[in-house]
Design a protein around this ligand. Structure first.
Ligand SMILES: Nc1ncnc2c1ncn2[C@@H]1O[C@H](COP(=O)(O)OP(=O)(O)O)[C@@H](O)[C@H]1O
Ligand SMILES: [Mg+2]
Length: 241
């Protein structure tokens, strides 16, 4: 098993406020990892530090054997932020072309990646519309397509399925599974939807900035004598009080 991300003793404070406390977590290639916890738990802060957009107050993060932040491996990291960062005056296609142009792709590769990413999120028919006219769910889908555009080894998706209907949510999860199996991608997904936990290989449950439980879905349910992840979360939280 190849380790692709390691988070060692990471804490983060904003001013006086401790937002993450002594997080330790290792991630392997070819696995889907879920960071699960309620709003305000610290999931986005942790993801941003893995991407290299923010720095830990203490501790260290390594991605593909590089200490983060590191500009040299940006090409290997696909990041879908929680809030969409899109050019609303441009069309979907123009957005995809712009983001594709940031990477070392030749013209044929660029065309192929754009078609693949747009098709995956079911936006092929809407690419000529201005993004300003997109619904919330369409913007999420375009953001996901952009995160995939350079075919990165690592995918960090911050609440990727918010506002996306169940059918497309299902097909996105199927595609994440295909990417981990066939392309050995490392995938981290944050969610506060407990039923998405079931489809992750490993789960890290985060509450109030602390990692309160981690393991495979099966291990967690057994350890906490729980039949659902809501229950795992509640029982793990009680133990940590
Ligand atoms: N730039 C910032 N400055 C101050 N506080 C922040 C900042 N970013 C996040 N926080 C705080 O950190 C905590 C965790 O936020 P966040 O990582 O966004 O949680 P989650 O993604 O799990 O909802 C929250 O209390 C939030 O208000
Ligand atoms: Mg968040």
């Amino acid at each position: 098993m190849k380790e692709t991300i390691s988070i060692q003793n990471v804490s983060k404070r904003f001013g006086q406020k401790m937002v993450l406390q002594d997080i330790n977590f290792r991630v392997e290639e070819g696995k889907i990892n879920g960071f699960i916890g309620p709003s305000g738990a610290g999931k986005t802060t942790l993801v941003k530090m893995i991407v290299g957009m923010d720095v830990p107050s203490s501790g260290s993060i390594h991605v593909l054997d590089h200490t983060m932040p590191n500009l040299n491996i940006l090409e290997e990291i696909g990041y879908m932020a929680q809030s969409d960062a899109l050019y609303t005056e441009l069309t979907g296609m123009e957005n995809l072309k712009f983001f594709a142009s940031l990477y070392k792709l030749n013209k044929a590769e660029r065309h192929e990646r754009i078609q693949y990413a747009a098709g995956l999120v079911n936006l092929t028919e809407d690419l000529t519309k201005k993004v300003g006219a997109y619904s919330g769910g369409m913007k999420r889908r375009l953001s996901l397509a952009i995160a995939l555009i350079q075919d990165p080894k690592i995918l960090l998706l911050d609440e990727p399925t918010v506002g996306i209907d169940p059918e497309l949510r299902f097909s996105i999860w199927n595609e994440l599974e295909r990417m981990k199996n066939e392309e050995r991608k490392t995938i981290i997904v944050t969610t506060h939807v407990m039923d998405e936990a079931e489809r992750c290989d490993y789960i890290a449950m985060i509450r109030d900035g602390a990692l309160i439980a981690w393991g495979t879905p099966k291990e967690l349910k057994e350890r906490y004598h729980a039949s659902s992840f809501d229950e795992v979360f509640l029982n793990a939280g009680r133990e940590n009080q």
